[in-house]
Write a protein of this length. Structure first.
Length: 318
């Protein structure tokens, strides 16, 4: 079942055991037939044991769950993966770890990109889905800070029109346009992309892996990531290279599939949230932290497996 392309496959890349379990638990509880769903959970070696224990302690209504460590994918090495090669560079490590208050205050606009999560290969696995799952035709990528509220099998019925990436667009007015994510003073960026193009969100992305292979999207990603070794095209993160890689191959999905902002925007209406197939706690106020937005936290907490003896030892401040 783990490789059966006729089933519904999900990819979740996380080092947060509780968060990953909430994603799977919420998807299973809201699916019409859990036995047709396969969850591919990838973590790092340090969290592999805990992740395996979490998913072996219950049956998840017959859903199939594969737990692997990123280290199991031998092709992910610095000779093949540009970002790994760059992460080994002294310059990038200095950028992250040099404790210079002067530089920090001068560079406040980019301080959020100095979060160590951007150094984690788990954050960049999303660009290697066809190679990680060579027998699959389609896969749904889910971030670990989302909650599934409805059956998602309708995504597999959407006509992708030959596009690679199905995603909800995030632009309104002049906000969340390409100009905000990459350096349009660079001639390569200026020549290839429109600054007014509408951005979309990571978090719930439906990928047609056959179209991906046909369009050679991983090669396209490598091309731009290599060009950006000195961070002159964009700063850091995975959204800018995603916007670049799928520039002409993204299919806009209806916004009810994926509602964002529950980790920073307390004014999202409950009607919009209740109508959403997936809600996303993007932002700093994650639902497992004390600083979570109080009215949104129960939407996440109800999928925590509190019967698990290990979970009972965790302090969520709930």
């Amino acid at each position: 079942e783990i490789e059966d392309p006729k089933l519904y496959h999900y990819a979740i890349f996380s080092d947060n055991v509780i968060a990953a379990s909430v994603v799977v638990n919420s998807a299973v509880k809201n699916s019409k037939d859990p036995t047709k769903h396969v969850f591919h959970v990838v973590t790092d070696k340090m969290n592999l044991g805990a992740m395996q224990v979490m998913f072996k302690m219950r049956d998840y209504s017959g859903a199939h769950i594969e737990v692997k460590a990123v280290e199991d994918y031998k092709f992910l090495n610095s000779s093949y993966v540009p970002v790994l090669k760059q992460l080994e560079s002294a310059n990038l490590q200095k950028f992250y770890f040099k404790n210079d208050i002067g530089n920090a205050t001068k560079d406040t606009a980019n301080m959020k990109f100095r979060n160590p999560k951007y150094l984690s290969i788990l954050n960049h696995l999303r660009f290697y889905l066809p190679e990680m799952y060579p027998k699959l035709h389609k896969i749904l990528f889910l971030d670990d800070d989302i909650v599934v509220q409805k059956d998602l099998t309708g995504l597999w019925k959407i006509d992708m029109d030959g596009k690679v990436n199905g995603a909800v667009e995030t632009c309104f007015g002049s906000f969340h346009r390409y100009a905000q994510y990459m350096n349009f003073s660079h001639p390569l960026i200026k020549a290839k992309f429109s600054p007014k193009a509408c951005a979309w969100a990571y978090g719930m992305n439906f990928f047609d892996l056959d179209a991906w292979r046909r369009e050679k999207c991983t090669e396209e990603y490598h091309y731009w990531q290599n060009l950006n070794e000195n961070r002159t095209l964009w700063k850091l993160g995975t959204l800018p290279p995603g916007l670049i890689t799928y520039y002409s191959t993204t299919k806009p999905l209806h916004k009810s599939w994926h509602v964002l902002g529950l980790g920073y925007n307390p004014s999202i209406s409950m009607d919009e949230i209740n109508n959403a197939a997936v809600i996303h706690f993007n932002g700093n106020m994650k639902p497992w932290l004390d600083i979570a937005i109080s009215q949104f936290r129960p939407l996440w907490a109800k999928y925590v497996d509190y019967e698990n003896e290990y979970v009972q030892t965790c302090n969520f401040g709930l």
